[in-house]
Design a protein around this ligand. Structure first.
Ligand code: NAP
Ligand code: GDD
Length: 382
């Protein structure tokens, strides 16, 4: 059985990748950092399904800012494949914590690569680095491919540039099987709540249920090439199954603005928005309600929102000191060499996220009103 080590296993991609690799018959070692509250919500089901002596999912504590525990774990596990997904992954937060972000997201990559070398695992261990479309930043050409020059626009992207180049350098200098996946934005129902897609789908669900009045957003004009994390973790695995290590752009080839993403999300529950005004004065206003759709999605008659209600406002708090205006990836190389194609488009992504958030909000509201927690098994039977 192949052994895979995943850093950042508690994150969105870590959880999907762990699930994929377990299904493929790997023994998976997930690395997580200590937190003062539970941080394993996304992977708890993997422990339950594989409980007992036969478990093929293990975890251990480490931190990307500490070399010693990384070396010790690599020595103990001697993994066939390492997927380095751990990072301070929030672009806006990186402006507040630039030094920490450089340490975890930049030097963290070096720590793993050096550990591989130190332990003489160069011939055995393949390495995947979670690189990002943020490297393109202030884009030099559109769409962006593997040859497009980089122009990072945040401490996060600058840290990730180091991770990108050190991965290339160790490949060229020491013959390591190390490659970069240059992944464009990918989302899912388990996306972190402060990334814009999940912030929008949670708010649209809450507003439709009458649990929230307004959504405050930053730059509505930003455009992103949004795919589904499930498709993207498959690409990570494919990259490590090739005969030689290479870097790949993973993207859908379609870009959508934050504003359009909001229109699609609210549209899912029958609330049709129109945007009026400009800059900080722009507002997302109810244009009309599709009552039949609302009733179908929410399960009750529509009551609390009227045409003309303002549901979205701009709050400059969410602006970034330097912004990435447009990302659009060209995944031709991945299609031709990896045989990779995304199954999801942005509409399917919105539908799945909205559906999941509606269920979650209904459950949270039920609990808040004095309901009791029911186990997933019981819920399934009901
Ligand atoms: P995520 O949900 O934010 O997960 C990040 C993971 O890294 C979490 O498990 C987090 O632990 C862990 N982590 C953070 N700092 C750490 C540290 N100092 N030591 C150890 N672990 C640490 O991110 P994601 O969306 O899954 O993304 C996975 C990777 O792909 C990241 O490197 C990200 O930068 C990169 N990427 C993401 C996208 C995207 O659109 N999702 C696109 C391109 C590249 P906690 O759970 O304890 O916070
Ligand atoms: N988070 C957030 N919150 N973003 C907002 C908001 C808001 O209220 N309003 C507008 N935006 C805009 C941001 O300014 C940005 O242009 C865009 O929405 C997307 O922001 P995020 O969802 O935070 O993602 P990101 O593109 O900055 O970074 C994500 O994708 C990268 C790949 O391109 C992260 O997952 C990174 O880790 C990843 O590398």
């Amino acid at each position: 059985m192949k052994k895979a080590l995943i850093t950042g296993v508690t994150g969105q991609d870590g959880a999907y990748l762990a699930e994929l690799l377990i299904k493929k018959g790997y023994i998976v070692y997930g690395l997580k950092r200590r937190a003062s509250t539970f941080n394993t919500k996304r992977i708890d089901h993997l422990f339950v399904k594989n409980r007992g002596d036969e478990t093929n999912f293990h975890y251990a504590y480490t931190d990307m800012t500490e070399t010693t525990s990384l070396v010790r774990l690599l020595k103990e596990i001697e993994p066939d494949e390492i997927y380095n997904l751990a990072a301070q992954s929030h672009v806006k937060v990186s402006f507040d914590t630039p030094e920490y972000t450089a340490n975890a997201d930049g030097l963290g990559v070096l720590r793993i690569l050096e550990s591989i070398r130190l332990l003489g695992l160069e011939k055995k261990t393949k390495f995947y680095q979670a690189s990002t479309s943020e490297l393109y930043g202030k884009v030099r050409e559109t769409p962006q491919n593997e040859n497009t020059p980089f122009y990072p626009r945040s401490p996060y992207a600058v840290a990730k540039i180091y991770g990108y180049w050190i991965t290339v350098n160790y490949r060229e200098a020491y013959n390591l099987f190390s490659c970069n996946g240059i992944l464009f934005n990918h989302e899912s129902p388990i996306r972190g709540e402060t990334f814009v897609t999940r912030k929008i789908t949670r708010a649209a669900a809450n507003i439709a249920l009458g649990l929230q009045k307004k959504l405050l957003l930053g730059n509505l004009n930003a455009k992103r090439d949004w795919g589904h994390a499930k498709d993207y973790v498959k690409a990570m695995w494919l990259m490590l199954q090739q005969d030689k290590p290479e870097d790949f752009v993973i993207a859908t080839g379609i870009t959508t603005s934050v504003r359009e993403f909001a229109v699609k999300s609210f549209g899912y529950v029958g609330i049709n928005l129109v945007f009026l005004g400009e800059g900080e004065e722009e507002r997302g206003i109810v244009d009309h309600i599709d009552h039949e759709r609302y009733e179908r999605r929410i399960g009750k008659k529509f009551a609390h929102i009227r045409k003309g209600d303002v549901l979205i406002e701009v709050d400059p708090f969410y602006y970034r000191p330097t912004e990435v205006d447009l990302l659009l990836g060209d995944p031709t190389k991945a299609r031709e060499k990896l045989g990779w194609e995304p199954k999801y488009n942005v509409e399917m992504l919105v539908d799945e996220m909205m559906d999941s958030d509606l269920k979650m909000m209904q459950k949270e509201d039920y609990l808040k009103k004095g309901g009791f927690e029911i186990t997933p098994q019981i819920e399934d039977i009901m």
